[in-house]
Design a protein around this ligand. Structure first.
Ligand code: S3P
Length: 429
């Protein structure tokens, strides 16, 4: 994909449904009793992988023009899949389904693409096996393919070393099938969509922030979940590219409609405000405990910030585009406490810094983040996405704001979370 500089971007965009919430709606709908109707489901490759896995376990899932309808079969209604469950590029699919499979009565194998099969799985294998599941990494490297053999599950109190909603969710989902209460403590609060949505489906979930700042979520064993109607807000992680483009390209004004602004996801907005962004929130709404708003952004001169500590999990997927904004901001931006970047779809400390350097930015990778000396013009370059959707989209925005032509290699990977991304970006020119 070739990107040429944009004079200004103006107009309205509606981003697709939230990826994290889309996954959960199909998963929880599948193990609930009755029908779950989902509007604004993200038809990206990751969420389609989740649908494929549950269809392979006997769940009827219909696509109508404006809805996905999941015919749930109850907590114990899944059937043994034929062959391996293909989780594609999706960590959320792999880790959350592992929690559900731990409570079933049949064995199954989960496997994905090369990137997925190199991401760490010990973080879910250890707690789920502690609860009584039998999960083995087929190649003995603590990565997928994973063979999941169920067992009688016991409740547990797990202390996770990482703030990860995928780990927390896998454990809470297994907790539905356990004999007593299950709790997960994490160093700081990660996105809470599982807690909110499981509550809506009828599970007894609670959460709190402890006096020492750690976050705890717990769940009681459950007889049955019940099908729901779910309205999915637009994905803030997809909105982030338009917010950033509007801020860094002179003369721009963009209205991004119906964006999920759950505080456990909205760190990007705090960072933008701290950088001096002109952002206005309009039409605030809420559905299923998930707040949303239209976001109006106007081009703004940005200044550098330090991003660290408990805000990191609330913007972890936005760090590639934040790094691009930082390259256009006056001063030195420091991103730290973000070692989790190394185990995303790519090692994003490496892929962000390599590509920013290719565009002439002054950026230094660190063990847990990066340091960006911003404020000088970027120049077009050949960008290697390494098949990471967020790298492809972040550098498309960088290319619009740079001088000269930028080429994004393997840009098609945007399909993972935003199939119409490049057309939508074009429509604002
Ligand atoms: C997700 C959690 C985050 C995030 C990922 C989606 C989720 O991962 O990076 O894109 O839907 O639970 P971790 O749980 O590994 O931090």
């Amino acid at each position: 994909m070739e990107i040429t500089p944009a004079k200004k971007l103006r107009g309205e965009v509606t981003v697709p449904g939230d990826k994290s919430i889309s996954h959960r709606s199909v998963m929880f709908g599948s193990i609930a009793k009755g029908t779950t109707e989902i509007t604004n489901f993200l038809q990206g490759a990751d969420c389609l992988a989740t649908i494929g896995c549950f269809q392979n376990m006997g769940i009827g899932i219909e696509h109508t023009p404006d809805k996905i309808i999941v015919h749930g079969r109850g907590l114990h209604g899944l059937s043994k899949p034929s062959g391996t469950l293909n989780t594609g590029n999706s960590g959320t699919t792999t880790r959350l389904i592992s929690g559900i499979l731990s409570g079933q009565s049949f064995p199954a194998i989960l496997s994905g693409d090369e990137s997925l099969n190199s991401r760490p799985m010990a973080r879910i294998i250890e707690p789920l096996n502690t609860m009584g599941a039998h999960i083995t990494s087929v190649h003995g490297n603590n990565c997928a393919p994973l063979l999941i053999e169920p067992g009688a599950l016991c409740g547990c109190r797990w202390e996770s070393k990482v703030a990860s909603a995928q780990v927390k969710s896998a454990i809470l989902l297994a907790g539905l099938y356990a004999d007593s209460e299950t709790s997960v403590t994490e160093p700081v609060l990660s996105r809470n969509h599982t807690e909110l949505m499981l509550h809506g489906f009828g599970a007894r979930v609670s959460s709190k922030i402890k006096a020492d700042g750690r976050a705890a979520a717990s769940i009681l064993p459950c007889e049955e979940l019940y099908g729901q109607k779910i309205k999915i807000p637009g994905d803030i992680s997809s909105a982030a590219y338009f917010i950033a483009a509007g801020l860094i390209i002179p003369g721009s004004e963009i209205l991004v409609k119906n964006v999920g602004i759950n505080p456990t996801r909205a760190g990007l907005l705090t960072v933008c405000e701290n950088m001096g962004a002109d952002i206005t929130y309009l039409n605030k709404t809420s559905s299923g405990g998930e707040p949303a708003a239209d976001i109006l952004v106007k081009h703004s001169p940005l200044k550098a910030v330090t991003i660290e500590g408990s805000i990191i999990p609330t913007l972890i997927d936005e760090i590639p585009i934040i790094a691009v904004m930082a390259a256009f901001a006056e001063g030195t931006t420091v991103i730290k406490d973000a070692a989790e970047l190394k185990v995303k779809e790519t090692n994003r400390i490496d892929t962000v810094t390599e590509n920013l350097k290719a565009m002439g930015a002054d950026v230094i990778p660190t063990e847990d983040g990066m340091i960006i000396h911003g404020g000088s013009m970027l120049r077009g370059a050949r960008i290697n996405s390494y098949l990471d959707h967020r790298i492809a989209m972040a550098f498309a925005v960088a290319g619009l704001a740079a001088e000269g032509v930028t080429v994004i290699e393997k840009s098609q990977c945007a399909d993972i979370s935003y199939p119409a991304f490049f057309e939508t970006l074009d429509s604002l020119k």
